[in-house]
Design a binder for this molecule. Structure first.
Ligand code: 5BU
Length: 271
């Protein structure tokens, strides 16, 4: 049996991934030596741009919540696209679509944010059924975009577990042209037969605290990458919540190194 993707390098996995977006992501992770994604959940355009430029060298994916930006305009996303090129990272709008196919198509393509025009990756809850993937795919596939399904959440009391999570994996397996992986807490699907390489992006990562007062739960990069077999750590306040730009960079490097060391340990290359 071929080795599990779990123990392969990101560059080995890039070579055999048919999805252009997943391939690009795995390649740049290998090149930049980072499996860190930062969630820049700040509400002013200038702060997002400043932090994105600051963190560019440390990250593989910049995660946004575009609807929390108070002074949003299309110049913001144009600038983010330029920064993505300059620093080689992908943009992931954490939109969590959750409606019928026809509605999400409009939400993805149009409205104020025109998400499909600038976000390489977005995500969706599987709760409405497979039509949500079909709707998003009609818009995203011609633009070489990719989708993550929400298989599990980091928050306390989440209903995304058990059979729901397993059914999410099955839904993804039927749509591998567009679905490149999951937002999840554990590598659920990896049977070692190399039939499909799904990426696992994991929020709820923190080195200093165990959670917040609103149900967020944190695990360490080592728990996420080594013990749970996920691929990318997503860190928000742990990085951008620093006192100044110098500390933001320091924290990003600390998480980048922790994530990368955990990956090296997993693939058996740690010194
Ligand atoms: P934090 O500041 O590191 O707690 O931010 C985590 C980010 O990840 C934030 O943007 C959330 O919306 C996002 N998130 C999450 O925390 N947990 C989940 O299960 C999912 C997304 Br899905």
């Amino acid at each position: 049996m071929a080795p599990s993707f779990l123990t392969q390098t990101y560059s080995e996995r890039a070579k055999v991934n048919d999805n252009a977006c997943a391939k690009k992501l795995l390649e740049l992770m290998d090149k930049k030596k980072t499996n860190l994604s930062v969630a820049i959940d700040v509400t002013k355009k200038d702060d997002i741009i400043r932090i994105a430029d600051l963190l560019g060298p440390y990250i593989c994916v910049l995660k946004t919540h575009i609807d929390i930006v108070e002074d949003f305009d299309m110049e913001l996303v144009e600038t983010l696209k330029q920064l993505a090129q300059k620093h080689e990272f992908l943009i992931f709008e954490d939109r969590k679509f959750a409606d019928i196919g026809n509605t999400v198509k409009h939400q993805y393509e149009g409205g104020v944010y025109k998400i499909a025009s600038w976000s390489d990756i977005t995500n969706a809850h599987p709760i409405p059924g497979e039509g949500i993937i079909k709707g998003l795919k009609e818009v995203g596939l011609p633009l070489n975009r990719a989708l993550l399904l929400l298989a599990e959440m980091s928050s306390k009391g989440t209903l995304a577990k058990g059979q729901y999570t397993l059914d999410t994996i099955e839904m993804a397996k039927r749509n591998t042209d567009f679905v490149i992986g999951f937002i999840g807490q554990n590598r659920i699907y990896d049977n070692g037969d190399n039939s499909q390489d799904f990426l696992y992006l994991t929020p709820g990562v923190g080195l200093e605290t165990k959670g917040d007062s609103l149900g967020q739960q944190y695990r360490t990069p080592h728990q996420v990458i080594v013990e749970s077999g996920c691929d990318i750590i997503i860190v928000g306040r742990g990085v951008y919540g620093a006192k100044d730009d110098a500390e933001i960079k320091e924290r990003a490097e600390k998480y980048r190194k922790a994530g990368w060391d955990a990956y090296l340990e997993r693939i058996g290359q740690s010194q």
